[in-house]
Design a binder for this molecule. Structure first.
Ligand code: SAH
Length: 389
């Protein structure tokens, strides 16, 4: 990544890599904005309770119901999330009778790894199969100083941003909290990170604030002391800017870093590129950002996909400077990852640099995201829809 920020400012510690080739049953979903008011529920929990989606307190309550002790619920959480053990028989600190009852009445779902692709740059993309057969991808981006997992919150996405292939899929369904947190659990175990700190970017497939409750529950599971204990400072949630979701997020005790997918500087331009802008206009979004409670030294990251001839002119850059005036902000420029079916092209490096320079001259920290994993189609927005599973 090239960093064109103020002197001494590090480049953003992450670069999203993302997904591709997710066979799933195509849903014919015409997303007009009212669809967002009728959230698609996750699949009904068919059959036994999924313990992977329960907090330590919820597990304790369940264990007590089954005749065990509350602390055994927390042990159970530790087995699942900290040690990555999902077979009750192997949970040797729990009494046999409790293990037998759990096995009768509950399951621990775990996304199953069906393929692992490694990029020349070290990015690893895992294709994961969920319990209902749908598939998602999660990406591991090795880096210095830290390692990053990029995870999904939905199968597909309803937002239909004009440059993103995931948007062409429509929304198949929300992921459950168990499935969102499960991606990290599986990646951490598979790649040997159960005992090493890592970062999480919620930048995979889907719009996290459109699946608010499951996403926040998953982050809480991941943050739990008995589990992987991921600090919220290591988590970045990227959103297209669903304003009521942002207002809710502002009050969360587990507060991740915030990245806003801005991509445009006028209402008219953003309406075109990011259709949700018609429901939550730029002016409202910027107001919500200004109200967002930021910790000391933290800033909101504004992501700006760069599309040749569309939003990459010096005038765009100057408008962006104005828009961010007075905000604790940094900008991450994302030169478009081109794909068939996306009606935009990537600007030249010179164009991107000229844009970045205008921001840097205005003392805005700016970095240019170098896409990772493009050779395995794991870079941002490269999710392609393939035939039905
Ligand atoms: N729904 C969330 C997460 C999306 S993916 C959001 O909108 O923020 C993370 C970033 O990749 C977003 O900023 C998204 O706009 C961007 N992106 C999507 N398609 C892209 C593409 N083809 N090239 C580069 N970045 C892309």
């Amino acid at each position: 990544m090239r960093s064109i920020g103020r002197l001494g400012q590090p480049a953003l510690p992450f670069r999203c890599g993302f997904p591709v080739s997710v066979p799933f049953r195509r849903v014919t979903m015409h997303v007009d904005m009212s669809d967002l008011d009728t959230p698609i529920p996750p699949p009904a929990p068919a059959g036994p309770t999924d313990l992977a989606g329960l907090t330590p307190d919820e597990l304790s309550a369940l264990v007590v119901e089954l005749g065990g002790k509350a602390f055994q619920g927390r042990q159970l959480f530790r087995w699942i999330h900290r040690k990555g053990v999902t077979d009750f028989a192997a949970m040797t600190t729990l009494p046999k009778v409790l293990r037998a009852r759990l096995a009768e009445q509950a399951v621990v779902t775990t996304p199953e790894i069906v393929r692992r692709d490694s990029s020349a740059d070290g990015t690893t993309k895992l294709l994961l199969r969920l319990d209902d057969g749908r598939q998602i991808e999660s990406v591991f981006i090795p880096d210095t100083p830290s390692q990053t997992f990029c995870i999904s919150t939905q199968v597909g996405c309803a937002m239909k941003c004009g440059f993103c292939l995931t948007g062409t899929m429509g929304l198949a369904r929300h992921l459950t909290a168990a499935e969102i947190a499960g991606q990290v659990r599986v990646l951490a175990r598979e790649l040997g990170f159960l005992d090493t700190p890592f970062n999480i970017v919620v930048m995979g497939m889907g719009e996290p604030l459109h699946n608010y409750d499951a996403t926040m529950k998953a982050l809480n599971l991941l943050g739990s002391e008995e589990g992987l204990h991921v600090s919220p400072r290591r988590v970045t949630l990227s959103t297209v800017g669903i304003v009521p979701g942002l207002e809710k997020l502002a009050k969360e005790p587990y507060m991740p870093n915030l990245a806003i997918s801005l991509h445009a500087t006028t209402e008219e331009q953003r309406d075109r590129l990011v259709p949700i802008n018609r429901k939550y206009p730029l002016a409202q979004l910027m107001a919500a950002c200004r109200d967002f409670p930021l910790k000391k030294r933290s800033r909101i990251t504004f992501e700006y996909v760069m599309l040749a001839g569309e939003n990459d002119t010096p005038a765009d850059a100057r408008r962006l400077v104005k828009l961010l005036g007075g905000l604790k902000a940094k900008v991450n420029l994302l030169p478009l990852n081109e794909a068939d079916g996306i009606p935009y092209t990537r600007p030249s490096d010179e164009r991107v640099d000229a844009f970045a320079q205008i921001l840097a001259n205005a003392h805005i920290t700016v970095s240019v995201r170098k896409s990772r994993g493009r050779d395995i189609r794991a870079a941002c927005g490269q999710l392609a829809v393939e035939k039905s599973a």
